[in-house]
Write a protein that binds this ligand. Sequence first.
Ligand SMILES: [Zn+2]
Length: 481
Amino acid sequence: MNYFKYLNLIILLFVFTFYGCSNSTENKPKDQVVQKQSLFAIKNVNIIPMTIENNLIENATVVIENKKILSINESIPNGAKIIDGTSKWLIPGLIDMHVHTNADLNFRENTPTQGATFFMDTQDVMTTYIVNGVTTIFELGGRVEHFAQRNEITKGKVIGPRMAIAPMINGGDPNNGGRTVNTASDARQAVRSIKAEGYNFVKAYSSLNMESFQAVVDEAQKQGLKVVGHIPDAFKGKTEKAFIPNFGLVAHAEEFSKQIRNQPKTKKEAQYFAQLSKENNTWLTPNLIAIVKIRDQVQSLDSIASMESLKYVHPLLQDKWLHSNNYHKHSSPEFINYLDSLIVFHKEMVVAFREAGVPMVAGTDAGVSGVVTGFALHDELELLVDAGLTNEEALISATRLPSEWLKINEIVGTIEVGKYADLLLLDANPLENIQNTRKISGVFANGTWVDRNKIDKMLSELAHWNTSMKEKYKWKNRRKY
Ligand SMILES: [Zn+2]
């Protein structure tokens, strides 16, 4: 069947070419910067700390000083900006464990003095995360431009999430670009290069052969890097051979379904995959939303056109999603049936992995056509609950557990004294209804307070700029940029 090959091609095109896009900085307001105020007190708030015990703390006072949680239920220092938390709920900032963030790129060819030719406004790229309470992202198509974005955030020039960054290693045709390895020794060298370039993670991709994949995972362990990835196609029929120590996280439930593409996909297969993962201590990012969005746009592009969040997407990508949509181009009843079967099976997998005790983390594949950064994480949480997680388990999958996998649980992931103030203030209790994570009253991102007014202003400015630039950015003209 061609779908699979085709999907891969899309993903490759996506990874290599198009998750950069850009804004020029013309007419950009300069006020979206980290504020000077560094002392805050949230009063009368209900805290859902997301610690292992997760005991609710009602009507609490939380003091934030110099980006960190200074105290809970102690006195309020002079000079604190007071935030009224009455009838509101405080949860840790959310973590999206699978994103592809737009960044500067080159649609043409490098010249001796020019790399990127197409630039984007980093704040615009990060706004959709922050206004949705996504305060940490795991970038799974990491490249040097993402380091540049991270520096802008760290320097306080941009309000954005913490960024964990994993660059990709793939196999196959070296002319495909990127880090392509087809032998174990090349695989090991690629991992050492990744380490030398300053990355902490490696993403293994679909076209690696068996020996190269195993060498990537093994060398990464020697170098102290964690591996997230696809399960390469080469493992079909012997999936268990991919489950070796240090293969830490499978990036989509779909990786498993691709292994049994033309075979039955029942509870039995789901349980087998859960067992493989459990025995190897490999976690799963189910990534339910991407397949749902793909299915919808294969059926009809109205699903894209009618998206409320589309206006927050860069106009170049809006144009691509609507007028050069490769998923929709290959629409057929068989393709839709196949995607429907995946949607059913992936829910089954969430149940099986939960029963087996395999930790699952929330991730969206945002950046893929129809999956909007920031907004999509709330969709994913709903789908996880729909699949069978409790509201609390869904929240755990987007807070404490990802912080543990990324090894940043000492600084974020729960609400505790001494941790950084990555916080989401909600108008309603998400333990009662997971949709309440969308009712955002304000966000603390690394101690910077973004209240509802500011969120609305950031969103309207972004939508306004994107809309005003629609005629300027057309996908068919991208090589000219
Ligand atoms: Zn992805």
